[in-house]
Write a protein that binds this ligand. Structure first.
Ligand SMILES: [Zn+2]
Length: 463
């Protein structure tokens, strides 16, 4: 299995630190607003990575943080005149709702909150200060990037160019314009703050992820993921802090998903061409959006357009029809004859090869469509049991890995029976017992037996 590593700019064989175990950290949202479609891409993609790694037999620990203390959160709390935790709790809840609708298995994600790691962040910063890699000024504790080995190695930025371009605010008392805040001292009287050796204050953004990754997964982790916009400065700074303190690599594989554009322009809040999932959900089912998000390779840009979503919706409907067809055959006694299931096996192998090649979900999806076509052509009453079982299992496995969810299949018979039961209930309510009995007889002729229970009417088919 190969993964493209941003650190080396090439596809590398995937080797884990501990056999069969994957420790994966992905940067999560700052919880001050509803998540937008750009945040949904890493969420869905890394959920798919987790699903596939588990399919391959790895035991995966997947950690994603919530940044629940930050300037934007504090400003939102001031605007709404509430405690900052009212804001963060509201948007964490909204995030979880969205994750569920995107069919992201949130139970498999360990969410860490920055505010629960403040003591450990202070200890980490102290460690850097003891190594003389951090220094205190009037209002901040800074990391000294001159002390970091290979600063810029992830984003491949040239530090001298960066320094020349950096805007220096003289009040900041930085030794190097690229130095960044580890600890921000309290400025406003009712600002949320914690005690520290540098007085009351709160942590900077970058330190959070270094500390949460270390304490939830270890000093060196297998995979660190996030959007490509986080490469610099966020991930570069995480590497600088962690590797300076620990003297060994922070993450072995750095994976970055590309951005989502709208009419080929970068989406951003300031441009107003920006959609929250809350808005998108009014128009489209988020399980279709999930499929759309993985329809391109994660390192390719994805352009948001109505046409592309409609095309995916049509593709989803085709898969859903195949699923219904498979369900219709569930109770049919198929022939026990031996048949070749080789074609199905080959498609599964192709699917795995695509996923093994740096999680090429776009190619993997194409094999699922090929399987869907094969099922539609081959599945007849004369089909063998062996083919049916293999096709069903493979179709469900591929769908499960990609996180495609189908609506529960309801047969025409189910629909008809439920409709008659509703009519009978209504007749009884109206005290029209003759009609109620007549419907019961009608169902009897259909070999349906009704049972009145305290919680309602249940039914079964008698042979
Ligand atoms: Zn982060």
């Amino acid at each position: 299995m190969k993964i493209y590593n941003t650190l080396t700019r090439q596809k590398e064989d995937f080797k884990t630190i501990e056999e069969n175990k994957v420790r994966m950290y992905v940067c999560g949202p700052t919880v001050y607003d509803y998540i937008h479609i750009g945040n949904a891409r890493p969420l869905v993609f890394f959920d798919t990575v987790r699903r596939y790694l588990e399919y391959k037999g790895y035991d995966v620990k997947f950690v994603m943080n919530f940044t629940d203390i930050d300037d934007k959160i504090i400003n939102r709390a001031i605007e709404e005149d509430v405690d900052y935790r009212v804001i963060t709790e509201k948007y964490i809840e909204a995030f979880k709702q969205n994750a569920k609708s995107l069919n992201v298995d949130d139970e498999k994600i360990t969410h860490t909150k920055a505010t629960e790691y403040i003591g450990k962040m202070i200890a980490f910063i102290k460690g850097l200060q003891d190594k003389e890699c951090a220094y205190e000024t009037e209002d901040t504790v800074f990391f000294s990037i001159d002390k970091a080995k290979d600063y810029g190695k992830l984003s491949k930025k040239n530090i001298e160019d960066l320094q020349a371009g950096a805007r220096v605010d003289l009040n900041e008392q930085k030794r190097n314009p690229m130095d960044f805040a580890l600890w921000k001292k309290k400025k406003l009287p009712d600002e949320p703050s914690w005690n520290s050796p540098w007085g009351e204050g709160r942590p900077g953004w970058h330190i959070e992820c270094s500390v949460m990754a270390k304490h939830s997964l270890g000093e060196t982790i297998d995979i660190h993921g996030g959007g490509e916009d986080l490469q610099f400065p966020h991930h570069e700074n995480e590497i600088a802090q962690s590797e300076t303190l620990h003297d060994h690599p922070f993450a072995n594989y750095w994976m970055h998903n590309s951005m989502i554009t709208l009419n080929s322009e970068k989406m951003s809040k300031s441009k107003g061409n920006f959609f929250t999932l809350k808005d998108i959900e009014k128009k489209y089912d988020l399980k279709i959006i999930r499929l759309w998000l993985i329809s391109s390779h994660y390192r390719s840009q994805l352009d948001f357009s109505e046409e592309s979503i409609i095309a995916i919706k049509n593709s989803y409907d085709r898969l859903s029809n195949t699923y219904d067809k498979l369900m219709q055959f569930k109770d049919i006694d198929l022939e026990d004859s031996k048949t070749n299931t080789e074609e199905v096996d080959i498609l599964m192998k192709d699917f795995e090869n695509a996923m093994d090649d740096d999680f090429n979900t776009s190619h993997a999806m194409a094999y699922l469509f090929d399987l869907s076509k094969l099922i539609n052509i081959s599945l007849k009453e004369s089909t063998s049991k062996a083919f049916y079982e293999k096709a069903l299992e493979t179709f469900m496995t591929m769908s499960e890995i990609l996180g495609i969810k189908y609506d529960e299949y309801i047969s025409d018979l189910d629909k008809e029976v439920m409709d008659l039961i509703d009519q009978r209930n209504q007749a009884r309510k109206d005290k029209d017992f003759a009609k109620a009995d007549q419907i019961r007889d009608q169902l009897k002729k259909m070999n349906i037996e009704l049972k009145d229970t305290p919680t309602g009417v249940t039914w079964k088919k008698i042979k």
